[in-house]
Every structure is written in C-alpha cells, then in structure tokens.
Design a protein around this ligand. Structure first.
Ligand code: DGL
Length: 263
C-alpha cells in the first residue's frame, strides 16, 4: 500500500500527524515541512500557492495515495484554487473544523483565530456561511501565538497578556465556539480555554481531519489495516531544529528527519 503524504509550512503540522497516527495506526506517513520558507502566515496568496504546488509535487514524487494539508494558511489561501488540478485526493483542515463548529454552536456566534493570511482570506467565514448563513463569524489574527508555541511559552505572564489582548474582541461578542485555525494553537489550548472561559467550545480540527482521511481511504479501498505504520520526515532546512521541536508538537521525539532540496 502507498503512504499518505502530509505537508505543512514547518513543524506545526505534526499536531495533525499525531492524530493521524492515533486514528490510522497501520498507515505509512511521509511528512514534509517547508522549514526553509516558514512562516507562510505572512506571505501573499500568490507565494503560498506557488509553495503549495511545489510541496504537493514533492509528495507526489514519493508516490503517496492521498495528501493531507496540515497548514491552515495553505488550506485557506491555496487549496480552493489548486486542489482540482490534481488527481490524488487532497484533504485540507478547514472543512472538518467548520462542520464541527457549525454543529457545536448554540448561540450562532463563532470565533476563528489564525495567521494573518488565514484570517484575511475570509475562507473560514465563507465556509461557515455556506453551511449556515445565520451564523455570525468573528475572526481575529493571532500571529504571536506561533513563536510562543515554538518557544514553549504555553503559560505565564507574557503569553497570557497577549492572549487577553487578542481574544478580548471575541469575548466581547460572546462567541460560544472558537475555531483554533492554526497548526500551533492546540499547544496553547489550556491558556485559550482559561481566557475564553470554560463554556466556550474550542474546535481543534486535527482529529476531524484524521477521521476524514480514514473515510476517504476506506471509500477508495485504500485503507491499510495491518502491519506497523512507518513515518518518514523530510524538511527543506534545518532538520535539527525540526527534530528538537518535534517532541512538543508530536508528543514524542523524531530521529530520522532528513533535509531535501525539493525545488
Ligand atoms: N502552519 C501555519 C498555519 O497553520 C502556521 C505557521 C506559518 O505561518 O507558517 O497557518
């Protein structure tokens, strides 16, 4: 059976890999992190599209059966435009999160947080409104959460101050559901929950994405149901940096990350 391909702008996509391993333990995974060009969250749509096509071509060269796009910025800015140009199924992180949020909200006020690219694209809002036009969407970019997560600042006065500032408009609007629209934010979940209050439902799409991948593979009779799943990790720069951060995002260390010149 062919492997599943996963890509992200860097290390954050490992939060999705963690769920894929839980839900699909027999599958082989090939991960690509574009560590030479991260972050994508501040780049133009044109650039994110170009990088995404290059990353997809790299994974297709590894003969993958499905591509899972772990990056929210790519899923928002590039996927709607490029996905139909490829034969292989490509799964992004937006739709699974949107479906869950639409299901979860009671007061029809949903918050979305993500990178500037994700928020400025308006992609989450569009998808939510397609499912339920009555829902009001409040979106806020939280760019500093990415370096905080990478530096391991998951609690304490500095990150709490920033979280209070970023999340204040969402609290004011009384959202009852909040989509964590960025690979890095699940690490800050306890802090975000504390700031938003315990009655707000936080939606972290990683698990839903893994379930969607399983559903597609099962439908296409491509599911691997025995053997031990193997993971291979490729990056475009600095495998040491990637490996050091991996434990935080994946929950276990990585020893086999390899640098490739993929373009
Ligand atoms: N992976 C990106 C995302 O989920 C966050 C990091 C970046 O800006 O590249 O949007």
């Amino acid at each position: 059976m062919k492997p599943i391909g996963v890509f992200d702008s860097g290390v954050g996509g490992l939060t999705v890999v963690k769920e894929l391993i839980k839900v699909l333990p027999y599958e082989d995974l090939i991960y690509f992190g574009d560590t030479a060009r991260v972050p994508y969250g501040i780049k133009s749509q044109e650039t994110v599209i170009k990088f995404s096509i290059e990353n997809i071509l790299f994974l297709l060269n590894q003969d993958v059966k499905l591509i899972c796009v772990a990056c929210n910025t790519v899923s928002s800015l590039a996927l709607p435009i490029i996905r139909h140009h490829f034969k292989v199924p490509i799964v992004g992180v937006l739709s699974p999160a949107v479906r869950e949020a639409v299901y979860a909200t009671k007061n029809k006020k949903v918050g979305v947080i993500g990178t500037r690219g994700t928020i400025n694209s308006g992609a989450y809002e569009r998808e939510i409104k397609q499912l339920d036009p009555r829902i009001k969407v409040f979106a806020v970019a939280c760019p500093l959460f990415v370096p905080f997560a990478e530096e391991g600042f998951l609690s304490g006065p500095a990150v709490s101050y920033v979280a209070e500032k970023y999340l204040a408009p969402l609290k004011k609007q009384n959202v009852d559901t909040l989509i964590l629209g960025c690979t890095h934010y699940p690490l800050l979940k306890p802090l975000i929950q504390e700031v938003m209050g315990k009655n707000v439902t936080l939606i972290d799409s990683a698990k839903q994405v893994a379930l969607e991948v399983r559903e597609i593979l099962s439908r296409e009779k491509q599911l691997k149901v025995a053997g031990k799943g193997r993971q291979q990790f490729f990056v475009s720069d600095n495998p040491e940096w990637f490996s050091n951060l991996a434990k935080q995002f994946l929950g276990r260390p990585i020893h086999n990350a390899k640098k490739v010149n993929h373009v």
